[in-house]
Design a protein around this ligand. Sequence first.
Ligand code: ADE
Length: 267
Amino acid sequence: MQTEAHPLVNKFQLKEDLNPVFPMGVPWVRYFGTYKDLNINIIWPGKDTILGVDSVGTISASLVTYASSLALQPDLIINAGTAGGFKIFAYLSTKIMRQTFELCLMQCFDMYSTLMFSCFQAKGASIADIFLASDVAFHDRRIPIPVFDLYGVGLRQAFPTPNLVKTLNLKVGKLSTGDSLDTSPKDEASIVSNDATIKDMEGAAVAYVADLLKVPAIYVKAVIDIVDGDKPTGVEFLQNLLAVTAALDQAVTEVVDFINGRCLSEL
Ligand code: ADE
């Protein structure tokens, strides 16, 4: 989104490409420049040409990743953005089931701790946490036919960056991607099956293209809403947008500073 991209454009003192490398008429915007020893391009998918809102989601993400990778031949893609996070994620598949379960727990307190371990998994995401995704997959491409099911999930690993994770003390978790901000019960079941801690609307689409074009990719995600929390996602998202964007920009700057002067195998 524009709110996520612009502070970084300013931070790295990038300029807008006024003769874009992209086809005429697309809303995609490229900012470019040199920061320390790096050539940096920030590609923002721009505003929807009809509705004028940010072009979020997997279609724009895959198109801009494809076009900019072909045009710019990057050594590394950093997919940076906000994400929903899970604090505790239940193996019970829906929120209603969890709430019913919690009520039952209050009535049979003795069994509480045992059941907690067998039914819940602490995911530990909090607002403004920064995650580096280890794996990315889709949660809304359900194709219940053998092998197509795996194609739909589209599990891919991020480029491994153990030194970056250790040095910046980043959280690591699996990222699940879908084209909706909310989480339907079926999405939720797929997210559990993906074992994801964070949820976004772009990562797995970027991963698909990066894999196709053999470009290493990493995913830096700042938690802006708690998916298994009490607040409506849209409300929480807008409430936290400015503060979490600032945390994301700080983290991306630290990631870029770490990358500067290192080769890929040192990350
Ligand atoms: N981006 C930020 N929060 C999100 C959420 N809850 N789901 C999908 N994408 C998001």
